[in-house]
Design a protein around this ligand. Structure first.
Ligand code: SDX
Length: 431
């Protein structure tokens, strides 16, 4: 138990209580305030949870001031350069980089679970062709618990592991099916001989009419993007997965709640919003006008892909994605993409503007990722689906950690009540 304590004094009653500080291995510790209501009769108040640690976790560490991101201690820059998405998924789930045999066994298990129950295909026919893909993904992921009863016993470690492998394996197949429904083409089944990202590209873009050649540049770029999105501490969608999971609901339902939360434009929906913003700005000549709009408190317009709750420095993922963006667009002879030029100009002007500098608003993971997805032929509406695919191992690893954490209980925050005092019912004839 840490000797470090923090004393809280109620200057009305004069009561003082020492609260223990829980220290981690890196970064800030947390004042353990579990007993503050019992001691003082007050709740703590922290809308948006800017100063609240909801759990202890071994999975991901972020230093927002230094722009550091570690998955199980490994720097994101090294994993993005040397690892693969399945290897990173193993790392997030099991805490260690796998040996060659462990990676082979993990890959074989994921490969075995890539198909979805054939009845699931009928779900897509219920959607209009132009249904938003995140609506389809969220609905179909939620329905998985209707098919895979043998992996929803949250108290059985083997069941939890089977569910983790199933959800990582099936997300690309569901995304591929949603895409084929969206474009009105026949579904493409997974192929076991392909890599995880190669399989995804094949399920998205192959057609019965011709052979589909997987572009290695696209395959590598996609795999790196999935790595970069794989986990990110207690972000909104991960916190949603944990809160849903804390009720004991099945893991598929918890992950579906994460999909729903990720969809918001302030979160994972930002990658789609960035492209729409670039489309709206249209030309470099309009950048100054839109920067002014972003700074105008009376204007709801925000510079999408900019700013972050934790990073008050460059998002290390954005640095990597910007480099990959240049490489992919160059490899695909799209280096002169006007939207890339626009994005670069927008970033340049924003980072010279006091408003952004004072508020430490830098490009985040979503600023450049959409330009790569677009270059790979993925439509804007599918960008957040790609984010969800990447985040799945993080979600399920965080869910499993929460489930195994003896300190975790059902999440049930309190409030400051500001409504009407008690009053008696008045019949309508007397109102
Ligand atoms: C992700 O949490 C995670 O880890 C998320 C994520 C992950 O991997 O899971 O990293 C993924 O969600 C990245 C963020 C994607 N969202 C966007 O790009 C949307 C645009 N960004 C903003 O909406 C905003 O920056 C947030 C939501 C990301 C962060 O919001 P905060 O922490 O609540 O910050 P804030 O709204 O309090 O902003 C602080 C100030 C405010 O101005 P003042 O009131 O101090 O004058 O900065 C301003 C804001 O108005 N501001 C912006 C801005 N972001 C913040 N002004 C213009 N454009 C912006 N993008």
């Amino acid at each position: 138990m840490s000797k470090h304590t923090v004393t809280v004094t109620d200057n009305t009653s004069g009561k003082s209580v020492e609260f223990p500080v829980k220290e981690g291995t890196h970064g800030p510790g947390a004042i353990d305030i579990k007993s503050v209501y019992k001691e003082f009769g007050y709740f703590t108040y922290d809308p948006g949870f800017t100063s609240t640690a909801s759990c202890r976790s071994d999975i991901t560490f972020i230093d927002g001031d230094e722009g550091v991101l570690l998955y199980r201690g490994y720097p994101i820059e090294q994993l993005a350069e040397h690892s693969t998405f399945l290897e990173v998924s193993h790392l997030l789930l099991y805490g260690e980089l796998p040996t060659a045999d462990e990676l082979d066994a993990f890959t074989a298990s994921i490969t075995k679970h890539t198909m979805v129950n054939e009845s699931l295909k009928d779900f897509f026919d219920g959607f209009h062709y132009n249904a938003h893909p995140m609506a389809m993904l969220t609905a179909v992921v939620s329905s998985l618990s209707a098919f895979y009863h043998d992996s929803i016993d949250i108290n059985d470690p083997e069941s939890r592991e089977l569910c983790a492998h199933r959800i990582i394996a099936k997300m690309p197949t569901i995304a591929g099916a949603a895409f084929k429904h969206f474009v009105g083409e026949p579904f493409v089944y997974p192929k076991n001989r392909l890599s995880y990202s190669g399989n995804l590209l094949n399920m998205l873009f192959s057609r019965p009419t011709e052979d589909y050649e997987i572009n290695p540049v696209a395959e590598k770029a996609l795999d790196q993007l999935l790595i970069l999105h794989a986990d990110h501490e207690q972000n909104a969608s991960t916190s949603t997965v944990r809160l849903a999971g804390s009720t004991g609901t099945n893991p598929f339902a918890a992950i579906a709640s994460g999909c729903a939360a990720l969809w918001g434009p302030a979160h994972g929906g930002a990658n789609e919003a960035v492209l729409r913003m670039l489309e709206e700005i249209g030309d470099v000549r309009n950048v100054a006008h839109y920067i002014d709009k972003a700074k105008d408190k009376d204007d709801p317009f925000r510079l999408m892909g900019f700013g972050h709750r934790v990073y008050k420095n460059y998002d290390p993922r954005a640095t990597i994605i910007r480099k990959t963006c240049h490489e992919v667009l160059h490899a695909m002879n799209m280096a002169d993409d006007p939207q890339l030029e626009l994005a670069i100009k927008l970033e340049e002007i924003a980072l010279q503007d006091d408003y952004f500098v004072e508020r430490k608003l830098y490009p985040n993971v979503d600023f450049y990722s959409g330009l790569i997805y677009k270059a790979l032929g993925i439509p804007t509406q599918f960008f957040t689906v790609m984010f969800a695919l990447g985040r799945t191992p993080g979600w399920i690893a965080q869910w499993a950690e929460m489930t195994e954490d003896g300190e975790q209980r059902i999440g049930r925050p309190r409030q400051i009540y500001t409504g009407a005092a008690r009053r008696d019912y008045v019949p309508v004839v007397k109102r």
